[in-house]
Design a protein around this ligand. Sequence first.
Ligand SMILES: [Fe+2]
Ligand SMILES: [Fe+2]
Length: 230
Amino acid sequence: MDVESVFSLVKVPSQSPLTIWRWSVKNDRKVLNLIKQYHPQGGLDKAAILVLNLLGIGHYLVRQHAERVALLAREVARQLKWDDKAVFFAGIFHDIGKLTVAPHLFDGREITAEEYAHVKQHAIAGFRALRDLYLMTALCAGLHHAMYQKGYGLTIADFPKGLSLRTIKKILEISTLVAICDDIDATLSRKTSLKDGTQAGLSLEGRLAQKFPDDTNIVRLALEVARAKQ
Ligand SMILES: [Fe+2]
Ligand SMILES: [Fe+2]
């Protein structure tokens, strides 16, 4: 079975017509084509399709979000002349750990503090799921909520020994870009109140400036790209 045939299986979940309507077929196609074009080593393309399929069964909102984050972060990476392939796959996998959390906690309802504590575990869960297979992607999944104050997930102490400073720098940069794109997408599609410690009532620009004070150029560029996509 070729990659496209495997991917097409996600089009037949038993979802409501509204759910199917909300599914972004355009992004699905774009993401599939990029997965194929990048043709990563080590079966990362198959793993990406598997994860998107799994998300599509019970966590379709997370799947849509992961696709948008991957596409947004990739575009920003291209403009920055970064490794857009690594960024794209980090975006696809960043919320893989949400597969370990009940889907109803992501459907837009208000959640309790206890439920939020459970949701926050998805970063570490994602790292654990990926670390033996794709270390860089795993670290980005574990770090995507750790790149701002009051964040959560992995710490520098969790980095495996022996990584070069250059590699660590690259992982932190990609994690920051994914974190910014994650925040932008979550904010633009958010229906519930903020729980990340930033001040309620701030504009998106204000919130991002507060969360990522050292990355204003990336924030500005990511906002520009995101708004152009709307
Ligand atoms: Fe996340
Ligand atoms: Fe996310």
